[in-house]
Design a protein around this ligand. Structure first.
Ligand code: NAP
Length: 246
């Protein structure tokens, strides 16, 4: 039986790229997304062509009931879970801290922090019950180190929370052979920048990257999937920058 991977935010960007690479590495896939039905369907078709069995699990990770439904689907369709790519995440419009509203912060932290923690919690429960170990890769951001002043400090803070959650959870579950890591992407060309109101952001800031270029979703996804493989079997608690040196 093939290993099963759940990827949140799989309808676009880094999650979509991770889905395609995981399919080539022999995983069957539970693909979560929130709203982009066409994107999710296209990813599932591409992964099916690459040999994976794919199940779409539409649902908003900031909604605990939706998380329960996602895992119900994983249970019903696959009956096992070997890896979680905890990738779904959002930015917001560029703003200074003095402009933030409570509603903005609630959305950011409900999705990027509370949602991610609850998704990881359910994965751990399943992996511990099965007793076969497992892998969780949380998708953080270089923003967790850089702070993103004048852009989205709230986003940076949400990703810093993910970094330390990664360390704490990894220590809690290492004895169960459940490995927990984070990947911190840098400036990566995806639609997330347009969703934050700045479609050209990766190009605009590329000169600040030591490698003098933006990265691709595939370059991040390769690192994520490597962490899931047995080649990384002694890696846990680590946070890997995929940033071109930034
Ligand atoms: P993206 O292209 O905007 O894709 C985001 C994905 O997350 C989409 O599939 C979206 O689904 C899904 N999503 C958003 N909110 C969700 C929710 N509440 N519930 C379930 N799914 C949700 O973004 P990306 O650039 O690939 O980002 C992926 C991850 O990398 C995020 O955690 C982001 O913070 C992180 N990251 C990105 C960069 C970068 O430069 N691109 C840098 C550092 C970190 P729908 O579209 O279907 O709603």
């Amino acid at each position: 039986m093939k290993p099963v991977m759940l990827i949140t935010g799989a309808s676009a960007g880094i999650g979509a790229a991770a889905s395609r690479i995981a399919a080539t590495k022999g995983y069957d896939l539970a693909l979560n997304y929130r709203s982009d039905d066409a994107g999710a369907k296209a990813v599932a078709e591409a992964c099916t062509d690459l040999g994976a069995r794919c199940v779409l699990c539409k649902g908003d990770v900031s909604d605990p009931d939706a998380i329960a439904a996602i895992y119900q689907t994983v249970d019903t369709e696959f009956g096992r879970l070997d890896a979680l790519i905890n990738n779904a995440g959002v930015v917001d419009q560029t703003a200074k801290v003095t402009e933030y509203t409570h509603a903005r912060l609630r959305r950011m932290f409900d999705i990027n922090v509370i949602g991610a923690i609850l998704v990881a919690k359910e994965a751990v429960i399943k992996m511990q019950a099965a007793g076969n170990g497992g892998v969780i890769v949380n998708v953080s951001s270089a923003a967790a180190r850089l702070g993103s002043a004048n852009q989205y400090v709230d986003y940076a803070a949400s990703k810093a929370a993910i970094d330390i959650f990664t360390k704490g959870l990894s220590d809690e579950v290492a004895q169960d052979n459940i490995r927990v890591m984070a990947v911190r992407p840098g400036l990566i060309e995806t639609e997330i920048h347009a969703k934050g109101g700045e479609p050209g952001r990766a190009d605009r800031l590329a000169h600040m990257v030591p490698m003098k270029r933006k990265g691709s979703a595939e370059e991040v996804a390769q690192a994520i999937i490597w962490l899931c493989t047995d080649d990384a079997r002694y890696v846990t608690g680590s946070t890997l920058d995929v940033t071109g040196g930034r």
